[in-house]
Design a protein around this ligand. Structure first.
Ligand code: NAD
Length: 345
């Protein structure tokens, strides 16, 4: 008969631990003396103190074997936002999160920290210093965000002090840093394709970009401070660099740091948004005969052309959160970590 391990407070699991954020989180947890089980569909590295369990988080039995003896779970798995596969987002982010919750309860897990997203309140219009009490977006900007909203609600509603199962959600925004497979590589690909010449709007819109180590710090603080008597139970927390920056200044700094030209010609925001909307509608109409996946989407235009930055005051108050790495240092370290993406490399 299989024996059930007693949950240990220094044993945790990271669902999605092979991903960009997940791996940084795992490395920091190991450095802090945790033993870590990674549950993911793939294994992207090896690290002492870490065991890998390969599987789909929609499979409860597979999850249960990874959660043996674990008291703390981080759930940072999701399909990539760029996809438009609604069924996949629903299956993984919503149905799969229900399965994660069931598996946690059955395995005797005591704390679950979800990686949500600040975009759960974003509808494509300006947000300045947004607090966590902003309502969830009624018209989420894409199906990824729609399912992140449902996922966050499921996890926060599952917080049950009486049953000893505590939950909290971290809402990062614009995570960047070494090994990110999305932001910098996509930017460089666009620059190499001659598509980074234009600024959408007047270029003054402020946005949060958050260094991955600060996001990790927020997750670990939340996990360690999540107790029945703490205000964190069942709450969501913005975690950013707390230094909103002009979107186009950030992009330009990364591009120039890697040897590319900064964008300089301005295009009116509504013109670009309208074109992206038309393209998206065309892709929708043609879907029965031709599967187009435009990268130039209304969501991307809104993300590039509006203000959207968020207040971390709740995280400061309840967790003593303060970013560990300032934005300028974070940009320099990120640029230095991509020598293979430099112009001419
Ligand atoms: P990532 O794609 O690098 O990592 C996600 C990991 O989840 C991958 O390793 C993938 O294999 C795994 N995964 C996906 N579906 C799975 C499934 N069905 N079963 C098991 N594993 C599965 O993504 P990331 O950028 O590290 O994002 C991590 C989390 O942070 C996500 O929840 C995302 O929504 C959230 N987030 C990211 C950003 C950002 O800017 N990157 C911003 C806000 C929120």
């Amino acid at each position: 008969m299989a024996t059930r391990l007693r949950p240990s407070s220094k044993r945790c699991a990271v669902i999605g631990g092979s991903g960009f954020l997940g791996r940084h989180l795992v490395e920091q947890l190991v450095a802090r003396g945790y033993s870590v089980s990674v549950f993911d569909m793939r294994q992207s590295y090896e690290l002492q103190g870490v065991t890998f369990h390969l599987g789909d988080l929609c499979d409860k039995q597979a999850l249960l074997s990874a959660l043996q003896g674990v008291s703390l779970v981080f759930h940072c798995a999701s399909p990539a936002p760029a996809s438009d596969d609604r069924a996949l987002f629903q299956r993984v982010n919503v149905d799969g999160t229900r399965t994660v919750l069931q598996a946690c309860r059955e395995a005797g897990v005591q704390k679950l920290v979800l990686t949500s997203s600040a975009s759960v309140v974003f509808e494509g219009r300006d947000i300045k210093d947004g607090k966590e009490d902003l309502p969830y977006a009624k018209k989420p900007i894409d199906c990824y965000t729609e399912t992140k909203i449902q996922q966050e609600k499921l996890v926060l509603d599952a917080c049950d002090k009486e049953k000893g199962f505590l939950t909290v959600a971290i809402r990062p925004h614009g995570i960047f840093g070494p090994r990110d497979p999305q932001l910098v590589p996509t930017l460089v690909e666009m620059a190499r394709g001659g598509k980074m010449k234009f600024i959408i709007g007047d270029g003054s819109n402020l946005v949060d970009f958050t260094f991955v180590e600060n996001v990790v710090h927020g997750h670990i603080l939340a996990a360690e401070l999540l107790r029945p008597e703490s205000p964190l139970c069942g709450q969501a927390y913005h975690i950013t660099n707390d230094e909103p920056v002009r979107f186009w200044d950030f992009m330009s700094q990364v591009l120039v740091g890697l040897g590319y030209d900064a964008p300089r010609y301005h295009l009116p925001y509504w013109l670009v948004y309208g074109l992206a909307l038309l393209l998206w509608l065309l892709a929708l109409l043609l879907r029965p005969v031709l599967r187009l996946q435009p990268t130039f989407t209304p969501m991307r235009v809104a993300l590039a052309g509006t203000h959207h930055y968020y207040s971390c005051s709740r995280a400061k108050r309840d967790m003593g959160y303060k970013p560990l790495v300032g934005l300028q240092e974070a940009i320099v370290r990120t640029v230095e970590s991509y020598p293979h993406l430099r112009r001419g490399a």
